[in-house]
Design a protein. Structure first.
Length: 278
């Protein structure tokens, strides 16, 4: 069978996504016939230490910002992209992004399309038209590429210095500012897949089990033990991938769930969102 012509750009893209070696990436792409998702699975099944691909969107330059309402019951996080770092760091561009997010929160928007349909503050323009206007002024492509909102008993936003990473976390009860910030920083730093094990899609769990089983077999473990070994690896992954079970970054002897229980045994995270430029 003839192999596909995999370009250097394809290989580099997979390297950036996974951290695997150049030849490993090239071979995986050949085997997957150019399918990036399939190539990532191939690398993992061969035991490569592949960086977990989460919900972050591809972006070049721009700003990522998160905000909440004054009462802390609602918040939103968004990514406004541009082409160059020079524009991203421009004060005027940052103010436009802030104004768009303010309008989105005030307008109770829940999607990018809803945000674009709102009026831009202080003008008769829709936000979609304001973005077009800014493209004309700046001469760069500008795109509202990501938007999420959360409503909860308590919502906290965390903006990492540099405006390239932000997180938003909802809690089921009121919580101290310090604890809320700690959990939001945990989300930003550790990039969990979900709140807890129950909120992970079954398809993702099945994939982890499949990969764990194939690795066990390749390591020479008996086939009748492969399922048990895969389950053990899955349980370890749950601790790494679920927010409530992750070790607290400020005290790794406690999980996030245990840290919150010190304040209120009924306190938990209802949902979270995390966005970054890279």
């Amino acid at each position: 069978m003839l192999k596909m012509n995999i370009t250097a750009a394809d290989v580099n893209k997979l390297r950036q996504q996974t951290g695997a070696g150049m030849m490993d990436c090239k071979n995986a792409l050949q085997e997957a016939e150019g399918d990036f998702e399939a190539a990532i699975d191939i690398l993992r099944k061969k035991g490569q230490k592949v960086a977990a691909k989460r919900s972050d969107r591809d972006a070049a330059e721009g700003v990522v910002i998160a905000k909440t309402t004054a009462d802390g019951k609602q918040g939103a996080v968004m990514v406004l992209n541009c082409e160059t770092d020079f524009v991203a760091k421009n004060e005027a561009f940052g103010k436009v992004a802030e104004a768009i997010l303010d309008a989105a929160i005030q307008g109770n928007a829940t999607s990018i399309d809803e945000v674009k349909a709102l009026n831009y503050p202080g003008s008769n323009l829709k936000i979609a038209d304001k973005i077009t206007e800014e493209i004309g002024k700046i001469g760069e492509k500008i795109e509202l590429s990501s938007f999420d909102s959360i409503k909860a008993a308590k919502v906290v936003a965390y903006n990492h210095p540099g405006n390239q990473l932000a997180s938003l976390v909802g809690f089921n009860h009121d919580v101290t500012d310090e604890m809320a910030k700690d959990v939001a920083m945990q989300v930003a730093a550790m990039n969990p897949v979900s709140v807890d094990q129950d909120s992970i899609p079954q398809a993702m769990i099945d994939k982890e089990l499949e990969i764990g089983k194939e690795l066990a077999i390749q390591e020479g473990k008996p086939a009748d033990m492969a399922d048990k070994i895969a389950q053990g690896r899955l349980n370890k992954w749950f601790k790494e991938a679920t927010l409530l079970n992750q070790p607290f970054i400020k005290d790794n002897k406690k999980s996030i769930q245990e840290y919150m229980a010190d304040a209120n045994k009924d306190l938990t995270v209802t949902s979270f969102r995390r966005h970054s430029l890279s």
